[in-house]
Write a protein that binds this ligand. Structure first.
Ligand SMILES: [Mn+2]
Length: 358
């Protein structure tokens, strides 16, 4: 699953740096395979160094095959070793990740490295490589989807009047872990009744009532990769009135967005397909978030499916399509699936039915 050496060299060239300090955990994992929490990668055109502390000495020997492992001494900081390694080499311009490196570490690095120039790599960072998934990554994502879906199926019949949101969330997480997921992907959302109008209403102590719409937003982590999906269930025999209207509108918005997905299409257009459907139904003011986001080693990562996105769909990308309508005092509906871009369209990774009966 590691990126090609040539792709990494191109990354350095595109940023016009002689070396790149990778500190963001997911990026370090993506490039090196290291699954621990503490470790920096100093990437150079010919390879580079993986710097960690003694707790990870054995693990890094096992996981990090392509880089020279440097273990810091006690009392030494990772960033000091980075500075020493950079000084030993001919680095005129060193790239760093401004979205991840703390101001404190940046200042310490700058002091230790003068006259090497530091260059923040944001738009052309390791994330640009992660955006198109490789086969092994699709396998991990699919596994994460299945574990989460198993959890939803297991609790589906427990969604009924009297059930407590938090108990449902706990039960779901338990199923995921028992089936082999490392953990839930995030604080699971079980938002019933008027709480459903909070797009990120983390499960609380509310008990569900007859005729509630219940938004369940859930996901699992498997082998470092995440899943993220949402189903909305109605606790009643017949869905009528405004609740029916918002449910069917969200369904149509999602279908319209998914139908637009194919290589070469602008993400803005996919967002517009969903947004127009909702606006034309009269609920434009009640859909405040983007239509979707990439997912992989992070729950939210590029590409973003929103009105301001400048990205274009490419084969091999994986992202969510998740329009929603949130009516204060009434409740919310969101339907979220993960799709994988094929040569001429997309294939959902999620398999749960999209009906309000669940
Ligand atoms: Mn999502």
């Amino acid at each position: 699953m590691r990126p090609e050496r040539s792709a990494l060299r191109s990354l350095l060239a595109a940023n016009r740096v002689d070396a790149l300090l990778v500190t963001k955990r997911e990026n370090v994992r993506y490039v090196t395979g290291f699954t621990g929490s503490t470790g920096f990668l100093l990437l150079t055109p010919s390879g580079g160094y993986f710097i960690t502390d003694s707790r990870y000495a054995t693990q890094s020997e096992l996981e990090v095959a392509d880089y020279r492992v440097e273990i810091i001494h006690s009392g030494e900081q990772l960033i000091d070793r980075v500075a020493r390694l950079v000084k030993k080499r001919d680095v005129g311009r060193l790239g760093y990740e401004p979205g991840d490196l703390t101001v404190g570490l940046y200042q310490r690095l700058k002091r230790g490295l003068a006259p090497t120039r530091l260059h923040g790599v944001s738009k052309k960072g390791v994330e640009t490589l992660r955006i198109v998934k490789q086969e092994g990554e699709i396998e991990a994502l699919t596994k994460a989807v299945h574990r989460a879906e198993q959890a939803f199926r297991a609790i589906r019949r427990k969604l009924k009047p009297g059930a407590e949101e938090r108990s449902i969330a706990v039960a779901m997480e338990q199923v995921m872990r028992r089936r082999g997921a490392a953990r839930a992907a995030f604080d699971l959302i079980v938002a019933s009744g008027e709480r459903g109008a909070l797009p990120h209403g983390i499960a609380a102590g509310r008990r569900m009532k007859q005729r509630d719409l219940v938004v369940v937003d859930f996901g699992a982590e498997c082998d470092g990769y995440y899943s993220d999906m949402t189903r909305t269930v109605y606790l009643g025999k017949r869905l009528t009135g405004v609740k029916r209207k918002i449910y069917e509108t969200v369904q149509r918005a999602q279908e319209a967005a998914m139908a637009r997905v194919r290589p070469g299409v602008a993400f803005r257009e996919i967002d517009r397909a969903a947004r127009d459907t909702i606006r034309k139904a009269g609920f434009g003011d009640y859909f405040g978030h983007g239509t979707g986001h990439g997912i992989g080693l992070e729950v939210h990562e590029p590409p973003y499916v929103g009105p301001n996105s400048e990205e274009t769909v490419r084969r091999g990308m994986v992202f969510t399509v998740e329009p929603g309508i949130y009516l204060p005092g009434v409740g919310g509906v969101r339907i979220e699936d993960m799709v994988f871009v094929t040569a001429d369209g997309c294939r959902p990774l999620t398999t749960l039915p999209r009906e309000w009966q669940g």
